[in-house]
Ligand binder design. Structure first.
Ligand code: SAM
Length: 260
Protein backbone atom coordinates (compact mmCIF):
# COMPACT_ATOMS: atom_id res chain seq x y z
CA UNK A 1 0.00 0.00 0.00
CA UNK A 2 2.87 2.30 0.83
CA UNK A 3 4.08 3.18 -2.72
CA UNK A 4 0.59 4.18 -3.86
CA UNK A 5 0.15 7.97 -3.73
CA UNK A 6 -3.39 8.54 -2.42
CA UNK A 7 -5.26 11.33 -4.15
CA UNK A 8 -7.23 13.43 -1.70
CA UNK A 9 -9.17 14.92 -4.60
CA UNK A 10 -10.57 11.44 -5.39
CA UNK A 11 -11.53 10.71 -1.78
CA UNK A 12 -8.88 7.99 -1.55
CA UNK A 13 -9.05 6.88 2.06
CA UNK A 14 -8.61 3.14 1.90
CA UNK A 15 -10.03 0.86 4.58
CA UNK A 16 -7.34 -1.08 6.40
CA UNK A 17 -9.45 -2.54 9.23
CA UNK A 18 -10.21 -6.15 8.39
CA UNK A 19 -13.12 -6.47 10.83
CA UNK A 20 -14.87 -3.43 9.39
CA UNK A 21 -14.32 -4.70 5.84
CA UNK A 22 -15.91 -8.01 6.87
CA UNK A 23 -18.81 -6.26 8.61
CA UNK A 24 -19.58 -4.25 5.45
CA UNK A 25 -19.21 -7.23 3.11
CA UNK A 26 -21.49 -9.36 5.28
CA UNK A 27 -24.08 -6.72 6.22
CA UNK A 28 -26.41 -8.36 3.70
CA UNK A 29 -26.82 -12.11 3.37
CA UNK A 30 -25.62 -12.45 -0.21
CA UNK A 31 -26.43 -15.32 -2.54
CA UNK A 32 -24.52 -16.66 -5.52
CA UNK A 33 -26.80 -15.20 -8.14
CA UNK A 34 -26.94 -11.69 -6.65
CA UNK A 35 -25.34 -8.81 -8.49
CA UNK A 36 -23.30 -6.29 -6.50
CA UNK A 37 -22.20 -2.88 -7.69
CA UNK A 38 -19.12 -1.56 -5.92
CA UNK A 39 -18.21 2.09 -6.40
CA UNK A 40 -14.54 2.92 -5.96
CA UNK A 41 -12.82 -0.42 -5.29
CA UNK A 42 -9.44 1.32 -4.88
CA UNK A 43 -6.93 -1.42 -4.20
CA UNK A 44 -9.66 -4.03 -3.89
CA UNK A 45 -9.84 -4.56 -0.13
CA UNK A 46 -13.66 -4.72 -0.06
CA UNK A 47 -13.83 -6.27 -3.53
CA UNK A 48 -11.95 -9.35 -2.29
CA UNK A 49 -14.35 -9.78 0.63
CA UNK A 50 -17.30 -9.62 -1.75
CA UNK A 51 -15.66 -11.96 -4.25
CA UNK A 52 -15.20 -14.53 -1.50
CA UNK A 53 -19.00 -14.81 -1.38
CA UNK A 54 -19.04 -15.92 -5.02
CA UNK A 55 -21.45 -13.18 -6.17
CA UNK A 56 -21.49 -11.30 -9.48
CA UNK A 57 -19.60 -8.03 -9.14
CA UNK A 58 -19.35 -4.87 -11.20
CA UNK A 59 -16.88 -2.32 -9.86
CA UNK A 60 -16.48 1.27 -11.09
CA UNK A 61 -13.09 2.85 -10.44
CA UNK A 62 -12.09 6.22 -11.89
CA UNK A 63 -8.37 5.99 -11.10
CA UNK A 64 -6.48 3.80 -13.59
CA UNK A 65 -3.45 3.76 -11.27
CA UNK A 66 -5.33 1.05 -9.37
CA UNK A 67 -5.06 -1.31 -12.39
CA UNK A 68 -2.10 -3.29 -10.99
CA UNK A 69 -4.28 -4.17 -7.98
CA UNK A 70 -7.63 -4.57 -9.67
CA UNK A 71 -6.85 -6.23 -13.02
CA UNK A 72 -5.82 -9.39 -11.23
CA UNK A 73 -9.19 -9.52 -9.47
CA UNK A 74 -11.12 -9.77 -12.75
CA UNK A 75 -12.83 -13.12 -13.22
CA UNK A 76 -15.86 -14.41 -15.09
CA UNK A 77 -17.95 -13.06 -12.18
CA UNK A 78 -16.02 -9.85 -11.44
CA UNK A 79 -15.85 -6.99 -13.90
CA UNK A 80 -13.84 -3.84 -13.26
CA UNK A 81 -14.93 -0.78 -15.22
CA UNK A 82 -12.34 1.99 -15.15
CA UNK A 83 -14.74 4.85 -15.43
CA UNK A 84 -16.35 7.70 -13.52
CA UNK A 85 -19.48 6.24 -11.91
CA UNK A 86 -21.30 9.50 -12.56
CA UNK A 87 -20.69 9.20 -16.31
CA UNK A 88 -21.49 5.49 -16.52
CA UNK A 89 -24.60 3.96 -18.00
CA UNK A 90 -25.31 1.56 -15.15
CA UNK A 91 -28.49 0.06 -16.57
CA UNK A 92 -26.65 -0.71 -19.82
CA UNK A 93 -23.74 -2.30 -17.90
CA UNK A 94 -26.01 -4.63 -15.89
CA UNK A 95 -28.50 -5.52 -18.59
CA UNK A 96 -26.91 -8.83 -19.63
CA UNK A 97 -26.75 -10.22 -16.10
CA UNK A 98 -29.33 -12.72 -14.98
CA UNK A 99 -29.41 -11.88 -11.29
CA UNK A 100 -31.69 -12.36 -8.34
CA UNK A 101 -31.14 -9.24 -6.20
CA UNK A 102 -29.18 -6.11 -7.04
CA UNK A 103 -27.22 -4.43 -4.25
CA UNK A 104 -24.76 -1.55 -4.01
CA UNK A 105 -22.02 -2.11 -1.44
CA UNK A 106 -19.25 0.45 -1.24
CA UNK A 107 -16.88 2.64 0.65
CA UNK A 108 -17.70 5.59 -1.57
CA UNK A 109 -15.66 8.73 -2.26
CA UNK A 110 -17.24 11.32 0.05
CA UNK A 111 -16.85 14.30 -2.29
CA UNK A 112 -19.62 12.91 -4.50
CA UNK A 113 -21.90 11.20 -1.94
CA UNK A 114 -25.10 12.97 -3.01
CA UNK A 115 -24.38 12.81 -6.79
CA UNK A 116 -23.78 9.04 -6.44
CA UNK A 117 -27.12 8.55 -4.68
CA UNK A 118 -28.87 10.71 -7.25
CA UNK A 119 -27.20 8.74 -10.05
CA UNK A 120 -28.44 5.44 -8.61
CA UNK A 121 -31.98 6.74 -8.11
CA UNK A 122 -32.11 8.32 -11.59
CA UNK A 123 -30.73 5.15 -13.22
CA UNK A 124 -33.92 3.33 -12.11
CA UNK A 125 -32.00 0.09 -11.67
CA UNK A 126 -34.18 -1.32 -8.91
CA UNK A 127 -31.60 -1.69 -6.17
CA UNK A 128 -32.89 -3.82 -3.30
CA UNK A 129 -30.44 -2.55 -0.66
CA UNK A 130 -27.32 -0.41 -0.43
CA UNK A 131 -24.62 -0.60 2.22
CA UNK A 132 -22.59 2.58 2.05
CA UNK A 133 -19.88 4.18 4.12
CA UNK A 134 -20.50 7.91 4.41
CA UNK A 135 -19.25 10.78 6.51
CA UNK A 136 -20.83 10.64 9.99
CA UNK A 137 -22.44 14.09 9.70
CA UNK A 138 -23.90 13.16 6.33
CA UNK A 139 -25.39 9.99 7.81
CA UNK A 140 -27.07 12.18 10.45
CA UNK A 141 -28.70 14.22 7.67
CA UNK A 142 -29.88 11.13 5.83
CA UNK A 143 -31.51 9.69 8.96
CA UNK A 144 -32.79 12.94 10.48
CA UNK A 145 -36.29 13.34 11.94
CA UNK A 146 -38.49 16.44 11.65
CA UNK A 147 -37.67 19.24 14.11
CA UNK A 148 -33.97 18.42 14.10
CA UNK A 149 -31.35 20.68 12.55
CA UNK A 150 -30.32 17.94 10.10
CA UNK A 151 -33.78 17.41 8.58
CA UNK A 152 -33.93 18.95 5.11
CA UNK A 153 -34.59 18.45 1.40
CA UNK A 154 -31.94 15.74 1.12
CA UNK A 155 -33.48 13.79 4.02
CA UNK A 156 -36.88 13.89 2.36
CA UNK A 157 -35.55 13.09 -1.11
CA UNK A 158 -33.74 9.95 0.08
CA UNK A 159 -36.38 8.80 2.56
CA UNK A 160 -38.96 9.04 -0.20
CA UNK A 161 -37.20 6.13 -1.95
CA UNK A 162 -35.53 4.23 0.89
CA UNK A 163 -35.79 3.24 4.51
CA UNK A 164 -32.47 4.37 5.95
CA UNK A 165 -30.74 2.90 8.95
CA UNK A 166 -27.37 3.56 10.56
CA UNK A 167 -25.48 0.29 11.04
CA UNK A 168 -22.25 1.29 12.80
CA UNK A 169 -19.76 4.10 13.28
CA UNK A 170 -16.24 3.75 11.85
CA UNK A 171 -13.41 5.75 13.43
CA UNK A 172 -11.05 7.72 11.22
CA UNK A 173 -8.23 5.43 12.40
CA UNK A 174 -9.70 2.56 10.31
CA UNK A 175 -8.50 4.29 7.12
CA UNK A 176 -5.19 4.87 5.37
CA UNK A 177 -4.60 7.79 5.13
CA UNK A 178 -6.71 8.88 8.09
CA UNK A 179 -9.51 11.28 7.11
CA UNK A 180 -10.38 14.27 9.30
CA UNK A 181 -13.88 12.93 9.98
CA UNK A 182 -15.47 9.79 11.42
CA UNK A 183 -17.71 7.71 9.21
CA UNK A 184 -20.91 5.72 9.49
CA UNK A 185 -22.00 2.68 7.53
CA UNK A 186 -25.63 3.01 6.54
CA UNK A 187 -28.17 0.72 5.00
CA UNK A 188 -30.69 1.89 2.42
CA UNK A 189 -33.58 -0.49 1.83
CA UNK A 190 -35.97 0.00 -1.07
CA UNK A 191 -39.33 1.10 0.36
CA UNK A 192 -41.81 -1.73 0.46
CA UNK A 193 -44.72 0.62 1.06
CA UNK A 194 -44.13 3.56 -1.20
CA UNK A 195 -45.56 7.02 -0.56
CA UNK A 196 -48.57 7.47 -2.83
CA UNK A 197 -47.75 10.54 -4.86
CA UNK A 198 -49.93 11.79 -7.70
CA UNK A 199 -47.19 13.89 -9.26
CA UNK A 200 -43.54 13.61 -8.15
CA UNK A 201 -42.59 16.85 -9.86
CA UNK A 202 -45.12 18.81 -7.79
CA UNK A 203 -43.99 17.00 -4.61
CA UNK A 204 -40.30 17.76 -5.09
CA UNK A 205 -41.00 21.37 -6.08
CA UNK A 206 -43.09 21.80 -2.92
CA UNK A 207 -40.21 20.47 -0.80
CA UNK A 208 -37.67 22.71 -2.54
CA UNK A 209 -39.86 25.80 -2.14
CA UNK A 210 -40.86 24.94 1.43
CA UNK A 211 -37.21 24.84 2.52
CA UNK A 212 -36.17 27.76 0.29
CA UNK A 213 -35.31 30.21 3.08
CA UNK A 214 -34.42 28.10 6.09
CA UNK A 215 -35.44 30.63 8.75
CA UNK A 216 -38.75 31.52 7.13
CA UNK A 217 -42.02 29.75 7.90
CA UNK A 218 -44.25 27.99 5.38
CA UNK A 219 -46.43 31.07 4.90
CA UNK A 220 -43.40 33.00 3.65
CA UNK A 221 -41.77 30.26 1.62
CA UNK A 222 -44.97 29.02 0.00
CA UNK A 223 -46.48 32.44 -0.74
CA UNK A 224 -47.25 31.46 -4.34
CA UNK A 225 -49.23 28.35 -3.38
CA UNK A 226 -52.87 27.78 -2.47
CA UNK A 227 -52.34 28.58 1.21
CA UNK A 228 -55.94 27.82 2.23
CA UNK A 229 -55.62 24.21 1.09
CA UNK A 230 -52.21 23.86 2.73
CA UNK A 231 -53.46 25.37 5.99
CA UNK A 232 -56.45 23.00 6.02
CA UNK A 233 -54.18 19.92 5.76
CA UNK A 234 -51.65 21.24 8.26
CA UNK A 235 -54.42 21.83 10.82
CA UNK A 236 -55.38 18.16 10.68
CA UNK A 237 -51.87 17.35 11.89
CA UNK A 238 -51.80 20.07 14.58
CA UNK A 239 -49.51 22.17 12.40
CA UNK A 240 -49.92 25.59 10.83
CA UNK A 241 -48.46 27.95 8.23
CA UNK A 242 -46.39 29.44 11.04
CA UNK A 243 -44.36 26.21 11.19
CA UNK A 244 -41.12 25.87 9.25
CA UNK A 245 -40.59 23.15 6.63
CA UNK A 246 -38.13 21.40 8.97
CA UNK A 247 -41.10 20.67 11.30
CA UNK A 248 -43.20 18.93 8.66
CA UNK A 249 -43.04 15.12 8.31
CA UNK A 250 -42.78 13.62 4.81
CA UNK A 251 -46.28 12.14 4.81
CA UNK A 252 -47.76 15.59 5.48
CA UNK A 253 -45.83 17.02 2.53
CA UNK A 254 -47.15 14.12 0.45
CA UNK A 255 -50.72 14.88 1.51
CA UNK A 256 -50.29 18.55 0.62
CA UNK A 257 -48.67 17.81 -2.76
CA UNK A 258 -51.53 15.51 -3.66
CA UNK A 259 -54.04 18.36 -3.14
CA UNK A 260 -52.18 20.94 -5.24
N1 SAM B 1 -12.98 0.53 -1.69
C1 SAM B 1 -11.68 0.98 -1.27
C2 SAM B 1 -11.52 0.75 0.21
O1 SAM B 1 -12.55 0.57 0.88
O2 SAM B 1 -10.41 0.75 0.69
C3 SAM B 1 -11.44 2.45 -1.63
C4 SAM B 1 -12.46 3.43 -1.15
S1 SAM B 1 -12.01 5.12 -1.35
C5 SAM B 1 -12.92 5.86 -0.03
C6 SAM B 1 -12.94 5.69 -2.74
C7 SAM B 1 -12.54 5.17 -4.10
O3 SAM B 1 -13.40 5.76 -5.08
C8 SAM B 1 -11.13 5.50 -4.57
O4 SAM B 1 -10.51 4.33 -5.05
C9 SAM B 1 -11.31 6.51 -5.71
O5 SAM B 1 -10.30 6.45 -6.69
C10 SAM B 1 -12.65 6.10 -6.25
N2 SAM B 1 -13.39 7.17 -6.97
C11 SAM B 1 -13.35 8.50 -6.74
N3 SAM B 1 -14.16 9.16 -7.58
C12 SAM B 1 -14.78 8.22 -8.34
C13 SAM B 1 -15.74 8.27 -9.40
N4 SAM B 1 -16.23 9.44 -9.80
N5 SAM B 1 -16.11 7.11 -9.99
C14 SAM B 1 -15.59 5.90 -9.57
N6 SAM B 1 -14.68 5.81 -8.58
C15 SAM B 1 -14.27 6.93 -7.96
Amino acid sequence: MSEFKHKKSLGQNFLKDDKILNDIAHAIKLEENDLIIEIGPGQGALTKKLQAQNVNLICYEIDKRTKPYLDKLQTSKTRIIYQDILKSDISEDIKDYNYHNLYVIANIPYYITTPILKKIIDSKINVEKMILMVQKEVADRFCAHPCSKDYGTLTIYLNYYFEIEKLFVVPASAFEPMPKVDSTVIQFTKRKTKFKIKNEEIFFKLIKDGFHLKRKNLKNNLGNYDLKTIEFILKQHNLSLQNRAEEIPIDVFVEIANQL
